[in-house]
Each structure stands twice: as C-alpha cells, then as structure tokens.
Unconditional design. Structure first.
Length: 163
C-alpha cells in the first residue's frame, strides 16, 4: 500500500510540474489544465489498477506453485516411509494405510474423496484386526490380501504425484 502512495505522489508531482511549466510558457489555459489533470489522473488510476491486478494474479500463481511443490515433497516423503518387504503382517499394512490416509488428510482440499474412502477403510480394517486379536485368532495372509491391495494401489497413486 505504501508503494502505491509513493508512486501516486510522484505521478501527481510530475503532473503539477508539467502544468506549471506549460503555464509559465503561457501555452496552457485554465480549461486545458483541468483537462490534462483529468486525463492524467484517469490514466494513473488505470495503470495502478492494472498493476495491482497483475500483482495479485502473480501472487496467486506463486502460492499455487508452492502448494504443488509441497504436495510433491510430501508425497515423496510418504512413499519413502512406506516399505513393503514381503514379510509384512496385517499390522504393517494397517500402519501403511494410516500413513497414506494421513497424506490425503493433509491435502483434503484436493483429495477429499480419497481421504474419506481410505478413512473408512482404516476403521474397517482396524476393527477387523482388533477383533481377531481380541478373540486370540491368528490372522492369515488370505485375511488381509485386500488390505495389501489397497495399500499397494494407494502407494502407486501417490508415486504418480511425485512425477
């Protein structure tokens, strides 16, 4: 805001100087002074309005680029945090699903559908695993193949975001 006031003061000073020079040389009449003042004032207002709009648009674009860079960096760190070794159990896959759900939760404004879907899956699998453990039942690989598939496909989706 202070920049605009400083520029506006400078422009008005130039206008006043121009009017005084033309008046000293006796080129300018009273009706011309008013016309010059109005034209230059309108031109100044148009220039500052245009400058302000361009500056706002550039600021929005910069913020959007920063968001995209943060998204890629966050996706990359999530991918590095999910390690599937082949010796994983249901708890490992559940924790990986929670990590993935957390990623989508941080970027909820862009990926709300994915977040809500995976949040429901986390609750479903958490209840299933805790119920089996509470009953002291063994959890077999066939019990959580679907969970493994959800984690693998979600990991692949996040990997696509890093590119």
């Amino acid at each position: 805001m202070l920049e605009i006031i400083a520029y506006l003061s400078g422009v008005l000073g130039v206008i006043a100087s121009l009017i005084e020079i033309l008046q000293f040389l006796k080129i300018l009449q009273t009706k011309h002074k008013i016309l010059i003042l109005v034209v230059v004032s309108l031109a100044t207002i148009i220039c500052f309005s245009t400058w302000y709009l361009i500056d706002k648009r550039q600021e929005k674009e910069k913020i959007e680029r920063l968001r995209e860079a943060f998204l890629k960096e966050d996706a990359n760190s999530v991918i590095q945090g999910i390690v599937i070794t082949g010796y994983d159990n249901a708890g490992d896959y559940l924790s990986n699903l929670i990590i993935i759900t957390g990623f989508y939760g941080r970027h909820k404004e862009k990926y709300n559908f994915e977040y809500e879907t995976l949040k429901k899956e986390v609750e479903l699998w958490r209840k299933l695993i805790y119920n089996k453990k509470a009953k002291d039942e063994h959890i077999y690989m066939s019990d959580y193949e679907e969970l493994e598939g959800i984690v693998s496909s979600s990991k692949e989706n996040i990997e696509q975001l890093t590119k």
